[in-house]
Design a protein around this ligand. Sequence first.
Ligand code: SF4
Length: 212
Amino acid sequence: MKQEIPSLIETLNQNNISALYVENGKQALKKVLSMIPEGSIVGFGDSVTLRQIGLVDALEKGNYTFLNPWQSGVSAEDNMRLKKRALTSDVFVTGTNALTLDGKIVNVDALGNRVAAMLFGPDQVLIIVGINKIVKSLEEALERIRTTAAPLNVKRHTHFDPMPPCGETGECIDCSSPWRICNKTVIIERQFDNDTYKPVITVIIVGEELGL
Ligand code: SF4
């Protein structure tokens, strides 16, 4: 996929979505931190990618108001409060489930807090995506989510009881589990770019495998 990245960045730019490429997680961390002004209120869409590159640690230790609903010790009530507050954060940081070569940012959410913040509210949305999440088409993106991302995400949520079937078998059966995580599918295609509404999303593509 690496050779496709320049044209992918061009496509995203044509869709009024900023995009840039860095070689690895270390560079991604440096770049993302350079884009978050100190003192910012930072929302977080739970993301293995962000943990892997060290961004969650850096935001917890740095001079930010970091709204992390998944920090240990956060109550269920505060978890929900932080998710709601993230919708109007200065900067929202997140991963994505898939990015297509024609520039679509594709995500499936359980509750919807992550995709809601990606769609509207924060002044800036930074999406960090490993090269393994880049796929050829929307069909491949949805396939990736059901066969790879969702089963792995189900497994890491150890409090799911009962666990949706894909967590046990790795296979999606389009379940109706009470803990089904495939509830809200969002495809971001373009953004406004005019005097009233400035684009807010930047995609940071990382040249290594990251996340689920
Ligand atoms: S619909 Fe159910 S079984 Fe299929 S991937 Fe989502 S949670 Fe797993």
